[in-house]
Design a protein around this ligand. Sequence first.
Ligand code: AMP
Length: 356
Amino acid sequence: MTKITPGATIGILGGGQLARMLALSCAQLGLKTHIFSPVADDPAFDVSAKKTQADFLDESALNDFARSVDIITYEFENVPARTAQVLESLRPVRPNPKVLALTQDRLIEKQFIRRLEAQTAEFSNITDIHSLKQALNLIGYPSILKTRRLGYDGKGQAKVTDQTDLEQVYASFNGADCILEGFVNFSKEISVVAARSLDGMFSAYDICENVHENHILSTTLVPAAIKESTAQAAIHIAQKIAEAADYVGIFAVEMFVVGAHESLIINEIAPRVHNSGHWTLGGAVTSQFEQHIRAIAGWPLGSTQRLGVKVSMQNLIGHDCEQWNKLLSSEGSLHLYGKKESRPGRKMGHFTKIHL
Ligand code: AMP
């Protein structure tokens, strides 16, 4: 298994803020980066000496990219299977692309989680309006209809209540493969951000408590206000997932906490650095970005120790970033992603506060 040394080049698929923060960590560790993204003004291009702007299915560009780097990683889970196949034949791709197949499809992901004896919401595969009606009979109202693939931040989802015009909602999914999920009446949303190294060491950060607005992460507070036994159970599930997937790198597991007993229901696995882990940049000894690079490089993992009694991270979404000047005068650290245009729902930056 290839381990690299300082001076090596990490190829990163995707050029958004996650790739940008990964590239900055590479620079800190004396590594070079090469960003591959189809989007000309992606923010990671600004912080990397080598860049390729090409389609993810452009095999000639993928070949040149792979040959110019030592190992390859990605900032998003929707890397096309063919892209991963081409790259894997030339250089180590970490995390191992088999995990993409597990996490790109909500049905396969939930089946995988259940096999590990962890809980998910009730779910059913939906192939047509009849299977939707049958699933509703079993799962009941309210439920959430979700596309199996390519949904994020609440996109590709619709809540179904007994008032919903089923035919109309199903038609709005344009025949996409879907699942129906039971609605979980959670008291909290949490996530485990953790890493597994090339030699199988596992290390998790403190549990994050996440608040979403309009399905988009708004704030993360660490540590989550949950029982110690719940935190340990959440970390145990994350470790089982990492081991079963032979995972290398940072990943996040999003969970719902339910009832006074704080049962855990797994919502999603993200095979990458994650928005709920942004607090670690300044809020922990090793940021999730550095930890990811250490893991995929084959280096020892760093300390996940939190640096304050509490750490909070607020996402700056859309016009929120116009407060940059005001935020600079308040206590905390401002991170702006350098995106040219702010649009509603677009993640423009974040602000971290360490409560000593
Ligand atoms: P997702 O795209 O699946 O991560 O969903 C985005 C957000 O929608 C989650 O963070 C929850 O706030 C909410 N959500 C998703 N699935 C469910 C569910 N089965 N029950 C209740 N809320 C959900």
